[in-house]
Structure formats: structure tokens, C-alpha cells
Design a protein around this ligand. Structure first.
Ligand code: NAG
Ligand code: NAG
Ligand code: NAG
Ligand code: NAG
Ligand code: NAG
Ligand code: NAG
Ligand code: NAG
Ligand code: NAG
Ligand code: NAG
Ligand code: NAG
Length: 329
């Protein structure tokens, strides 16, 4: 989104393109707005003075300038959508040739007490294996699925890009999850078929980032691809308060930009976030962060076949002299 906006600005008004680039990642004065390859816009920040509250601390000194959000390596922040992308470990169940048994590594995450929740719309539980039953357990849920390959009882042929029980299965994630732990049912294992299929995997990960490949069953390709962690999306709120509660405390209320508003009808988790009012875009959490959208620069989203005139928060589209009047959008 920010990239699209930038390229539009560079094409149309290249003279002020640089100013716009600096403003896209609005941080607090004196605070880093970038750590490694990742933009760190306010309400996130690299210290307690730079972040709006503890939930938004990014540790940029933990590991060679890579940003960390709690225990997770941070990959991306979206202020507009109220989401963060992190890298998390997967769970593995592998045949151990030195012991002749299965070795387990169960991944977990615990954000209890924060104002962030595993995104139910962006993530899914993915299980990969030829004789595998794995789950995600949470405080109030056990969700998982089983995956199998060709064997005596079933004729399941794993296919590339297909994850529906043959070598791969997936399950949806409920709303309001802050804690989870991965588990394998040990009764399902690959001790008998380890030469062709040594490992099974379970990952809670971003649905869009996953594509099943049959090579995942027979080699380390899947594990190696996500060695640094699978992408996971979390939804965040500023605090767990409603907008009405949050506005009572003027000192901590986060929606401080002109032309911003508060939203608390979140579909996952609870609390409030800020957004720029219609016709504005930018960062609602910083002073004057919401900028007027010049609709006339984008005739795809805002079509106007006549004379386009930008106004604050809107635009008008009037017809050329001699033409019929047209409605503005
Ligand atoms: C970042 O992590 C390092 C190493 O774990 C720790 O010493 C430091 O206090 C952390 N900084 C912040 C701001 O949390
Ligand atoms: C195999 O098992 C041994 C003994 O428990 C352990 O030290 C080793 O790390 C295991 N290897 C793998 C690849 O898990
Ligand atoms: C998760 O974290 C919370 C808060 O730190 C803690 O009280 C709880 O015991 C943790 N849950 C698990 C299962 O470790
Ligand atoms: C799936 O795709 C991989 C390459 O990505 C290929 O090596 C493999 O043979 C394909 N599997 C099948 C069953 O076609
Ligand atoms: C592997 O699964 C078989 C059943 O398929 C079970 O009898 C065996 O105990 C399991 N092995 C381990 C190490 O869990
Ligand atoms: C997954 O595979 C399909 C079909 O090959 C492709 O269209 C899609 O872009 C792939 N997605 C990812 C995330 O690689
Ligand atoms: C923001 O709003 C305040 C109060 O309405 C006004 O004084 C100020 O000029 C506005 N700033 C901008 C950049 O529009
Ligand atoms: C929440 O409210 C905003 C503005 O009032 C609206 O645009 C949005 O669609 C609502 N979202 C949900 C999930 O109801
Ligand atoms: C923009 O103007 C049109 C036409 O006057 C109106 O229907 C629309 O609600 C306005 N949009 C905003 C965001 O004010
Ligand atoms: C949109 O703008 C581009 C560039 O200014 C122009 O080439 C194109 O014809 C316009 N499209 C419409 C539908 O007005």
C-alpha cells in the first residue's frame, strides 16, 4: 500500500517525492523508524520512550540489528490494518536414526496479557506428513488434522498445491487466541516408513505464504525453507479499552492525528485502534499523520472523466464546458 502510494507520488510530483517518503513511516522524534530491513512506525518503537506501550516495543539490539517483537523476529508492521508479521518456529516430529525413535520439537507462543491476538483470518494450522496427527492446543481449544499418504488402508496420493489430507492437511484458527502449543499424537509416526518419509511438521502460519509440495514429505525442503521461522500474522489493539474508555484519558489516547478516528469493533481480540478518516491516509497515531488523499492522482480508484479537483477529504469531478453534468463519486 505504502509502496503503491510512493510510486504514484514519484511519477506525478517527483519534486516532493522525497518528503513524502520520509513521512510514510511516521515515528516519534528521535526514534529509529527502521531496524534492519523493517520499517518501525509509531505506535511501535525501539525503546519505552519510542513505543506507545509495552506491547509495541521492538528490540533492535538483541540480534545483529534484526527487530524482535517479544520472542518473535519481526518481519513487517501494518499500521493501517493493525497487523504484525513475525517469524515463528514450527513443530517437528522426525525419526532419529541414532535412537531408532521419534524426536519431537513442539513449538509454542504465549501472548497472554498483551493486546495482540493470532489472526484467525490470515493464519491456518498446516500439518505435513505421511502418517501424522497433529494439533494446536490453546487454553480452550484443541484443533488439528490428520494427514496420510499411500498405504495399505488408504489410497491417498499427495499432489503439489493441494492440502486436503493427502500428505498435508489444514485447519482454521479460532478467534481470540493468544496462547498455543503444537503437539503430535505419538501413535501416528513414521518409524516404519522413515527411509522415504523421515519427518512430519505442524505449523501455525500465514495461509497465503504456504503452498504444499510433495518434496516436503521426502526431504528437508520445508524445514530448510522456514529455518528462520514461518510467517505468522498477529492482530493488535492499542489497549483492551473501548473507544469511550480510551478517550477519557487525554494523555494516553492514541488517535491524535487530525482527521483520525477511533475504532473498537474489532473482529478478533478486543480493544481499540485508530484509523484515518475517509479521504485521508497515513498514520493516525502521530500528530498530523493523516494526510489528505489527492484522489485526482488516481483515476483507477477514483474515476473522473471530467475536471478533477481535489478537496480536503474528498474531490469533485466536474464536466468539461459544453458537456453534461456528471455526478462526483
Ligand atoms: C533487547 O534484548 C537484549 C538481549 O536480550 C536485552 O539485553 C535488552 O535489554 C533488550 N532491550 C530492550 C529495549 O528490551
Ligand atoms: C537423536 O536423539 C539423541 C538422543 O536423544 C539426541 O541427542 C539427538 O539430538 C537426536 N537427533 C535429532 C536430529 O533430533
Ligand atoms: C502464558 O503467559 C501468561 C502471562 O505471562 C502466564 O500467566 C501463563 O502461565 C502462560 N501460559 C502458559 C501455558 O505458559
Ligand atoms: C511437485 O513440485 C516439485 C518442484 O517444486 C517437483 O520436484 C515434484 O516432482 C512435484 N511433485 C509431483 C507429484 O508432481
Ligand atoms: C509409532 O506408532 C506405532 C503405531 O503406528 C506405535 O505402536 C508406536 O509405539 C509408535 N512409536 C513411537 C516411538 O511413538
Ligand atoms: C502456489 O501455487 C500456485 C499454483 O502453482 C500459484 O499460483 C501460487 O502463486 C503459489 N503461491 C505461493 C504463495 O507460492
Ligand atoms: C489540525 O487541527 C487543529 C485544530 O482543529 C488545527 O488548528 C490545525 O491547523 C490542524 N492541522 C493541520 C495540519 O491541518
Ligand atoms: C467498524 O466500524 C468502521 C467505521 O465505523 C467500519 O468501517 C467497519 O466496517 C466496521 N467493522 C466491522 C467489522 O464492523
Ligand atoms: C465526497 O463527496 C461526495 C459527493 O459530494 C459524497 O457523496 C461523499 O460522501 C463524500 N465523501 C466523503 C468521504 O466525504
Ligand atoms: C487515467 O490517467 C492516465 C494518466 O494520467 C491516463 O492515461 C488515462 O487515460 C486515465 N484514465 C481514465 C479512465 O481517465
Amino acid at each position: 500500500m505504502a509502496k503503491l502510494l510512493l510510486s504514484a507520488l514519484f511519477i506525478c510530483i517527483s519534486a516532493i517525492g522525497m518528503a513524502a517518503a520520509a513521512e510514510v513511516v511516521a515515528g516519534h522524534p528521535g526514534c529509529l523508524t527502521r531496524c534492519g530491513d523493517v520499517d518501525i512506525p509509531f505506535p511501535f518503537g525501539v525503546s519505552d520512550q519510542c513505543a506507545i506501550n509495552r506491547n509495541f516495543w521492538i528490540n533492535c539490539t538483541k540480534d545483529a540489528g534484526k527487530p524482535f517483537w517479544g520472542n518473535f523476529e519481526l518481519a513487517k508492521i501494518s499500521v493501517e490494518d493493525g497487523k504484525v508479521w513475525v517469524k515463528a518456529y514450527m513443530s517437528t516430529q522426525c525419526y532419529n536414526t541414532s535412537t531408532g525413535k521419534m524426536s519431537y520439537r513442539d513449538a509454542w507462543a504465549n501472548l497472554t496479557g498483551t493486546s495482540s491476538w493470532l489472526s484467525d483470518t490470515d493464519n491456518r494450522i498446516i500439518v505435513i506428513g505421511c502418517q501424522t496427527l497433529a494439533y494446536m492446543t490453546s487454553d480452550s481449544y484443541v484443533i488439528g488434522c490428520s494427514s496420510a499418504c499411500d498405504n495399505k488402508v488408504s489410497k491417498l496420493t499427495p499432489k503439489n498445491d493441494s492440502c486436503s489430507g493427502a500428505g498435508c492437511c489444514e485447519a482454521n484458527i479460532p478467534k481470540n487466541i493468544q496462547y498455543y502449543q503444537g503437539y503430535f499424537n505419538e501413535g501416528y509416526n513414521t518409524t516404519k516408513i522413515w527411509t522415504s518419509s523421515p519427518c512430519s511438521y505442524m505449523a501455525v502460519m500465514e495461509t497465503r505464504a504456504f503452498n504444499f509440495s510433495t518434496t516436503y514429505l521426502t526431504s528437508r525442503v520445508f524445514y530448510d525453507k522456514y529455518k528462520g521461522g514461518v510467517p505468522v500474522v498477529y492482530d493488535w489493539a492499542i489497549t483492551a479499552e473501548t473507544c469511550m474508555e480510551a478517550t477519557r484519558n487525554k494523555n494516553s489516547y492514541a488517535c491524535i492525528s487530525n482527521n483520525s478516528q477511533c475504532i473498537d469493533n474489532l473482529t478478533n481480540g478486543q480493544g481499540y485502534r485508530c484509523k484515518c478518516s475517509n479521504g485521508y491516509e497515513g498514520n493516525p497515531y502521530v500528530k498530523d499523520g493523516c494526510k489528505d488523499i489527492d484522489e485526482c492522482l488516481n483515476n483507477v480508484t477514483y474515476p473522473c472523466t471530467g475536471i478533477c479537483t481535489n478537496t480536503l477529504g474528498n474531490f469533485t469531478c466536474s464536466c468539461y464546458p459544453g458537456n453534461y453534468m456528471m455526478n462526483s463519486v
